[in-house]
Design a protein around this ligand. Structure first.
Ligand code: SAH
Length: 371
């Protein structure tokens, strides 16, 4: 039997300072790390051998211990409206999804931070899947790196991905340890070079971690509010029982102050007859008026087995108008990628079975996607 080779370090999992320490450990100067990052992120080169200015000897030694690995595309879909969705296979065999939403003047990539989720929000299809594990930093950065390639990124062309949102599967702040360094690589000018404020972490309301990101990072913050009072929010977003609305909002205002941010975005899913009545709009106004807040109303995206229905168009517009009249900035999120189930809360939502398929030489476990 052959010796088991130690797994190679995936360079996509290292921040700039970690990469500097890594090359220092090989007896190299810190500028080597910067050269490497330029190849990896500016030129989107994944093959160490091709990084010609690194020097042959260093390239060889590096290639023996490190490499650039991304999740693997299993299925790639394109919606009539241009939205793209990929089903990705992780090295562990599990599947996650990633979505790209092109809009005039910008392109938003929606990525996952966990396989499954523990938050158990009643209207979210990921919750039905249960929780499997946290993604590591390389798997998170690897999604953006891979998407750039899939979208035909070229160092001379226009930037395709301008925004990244952690609004795919999982609760990013429950995976703080890996999400924050990943966001750092995304915002690093030698990394993916996305401007700060264009990398958004969306949270269901993990208050202690919200306070930490305010103090330790400069990512943008979106908060899944979904209800204007504790009784209803505790039912829809169970973490509210631990961190009720008053505490959640305090953490938001702390973030705005610490970051000198313009506002926090509050996501509010529109559920027919549940949280979409005029009284809910009035309660929401009472919570947010005069505060640095924006409300984004998300029409509910149904999935098999759900007990909820999407609010009708009229109710959504009326709700928005009540917020605006009350002095709260509000917008309605246009639903994208409907025909490929790429909308919020539908990611890997249709997965409720797994099977093993043969991919090349490998046997892999994939989710069975019904539709
Ligand atoms: N866990 C994080 C990020 C993932 S979900 C969070 O809770 O914010 C991204 C957004 O989609 C959240 O606001 C979430 O509440 C919303 N969402 C989940 N399921 C949905 C559904 N079925 N229809 C519409 N929006 C949904």
């Amino acid at each position: 039997m052959g010796e088991l080779a130690a797994p190679k370090t995936n360079l996509l999992g290292l921040t700039r300072s970690e990469l500097e320490a890594f090359v220092a450990g090989m007896g190299e100067k810190p500028f080597r790390a910067r050269q490497l990052m330029k190849w990896m992120y500016r030129r989107a080169v994944g093959d160490i051998e091709a990084m010609t200015d690194l020097g042959k000897d260093f390239r060889q030694r590096l290639a023996a211990v490190a490499e650039i690995r991304t999740p693997e595309v299993i299925v790639s879909q394109r919606s009539a409206d241009g939205t793209r969705k990929w089903l990705l296979r992780l090295e562990s065999g599990q599947a996650i999804e990633m979505v790209f939403i092109p809009e005039p003047g910008r392109g938003t990539l929606c990525i996952s931070s966990q396989v499954g989720c523990t938050m158990d929000c009643t209207f979210c299809s990921t919750a039905q899947q249960g929780f499997n594990r946290n993604l590591d930093t390389a798997e998170i950065v690897g999604q953006v790196w891979l998407a750039n390639r899939e979208l035909g990124y070229s160092p001379d062309g226009d930037r395709v991905i301008t925004n990244v949102v952690f609004m795919g599967m999982g609760e990013p702040l429950a995976n703080y340890r890996n999400v924050v360094p990943a966001a750092e690589v995304m915002m690093d000018d030698l990394g993916l070079d996305l401007s700060r404020r264009r990398v958004t972490i969306s949270t269901s309301g993990l208050v202690p971690q919200m306070i930490r990101i305010a103090d330790e990072t400069n990512v943008a913050l979106a908060v899944s509010l979904h209800a204007p009072n504790d009784e209803l929010r505790s039912e829809l977003v169970p973490i509210n029982r631990r961190h009720p609305i008053a505490e959640l909002l305090d953490a938001c205002w702390h973030y705005v102050e610490k970051q000198n941010a313009r506002s926090v975005t509050f996501e509010y899913v529109m559920l027919d007859g549940v949280n979409d009545r005029p009284e809910h709009a009035r309660q929401l106004v009472a919570l947010l008026r005069g505060r640095p807040a924006k409300v984004n109303l998300i029409p509910f995206n149904p999935f098999p087995g759900t007990r909820y229905r999407r609010s009708n168009e009229e109710a959504i517009v009326r709700f928005r108008d009540l917020l605006i009249k009350g002095g709260v900035i509000a917008t309605i999120r246009r639903t994208r990628g409907d025909d490929i189930d790429a909308a919020c809360g539908q990611l890997v939502g249709r997965v409720n079975d797994r099977t093993t398929i043969r991919l090349g030489q490998k046997l892999v476990q994939v989710a069975v996607v019904q539709s």
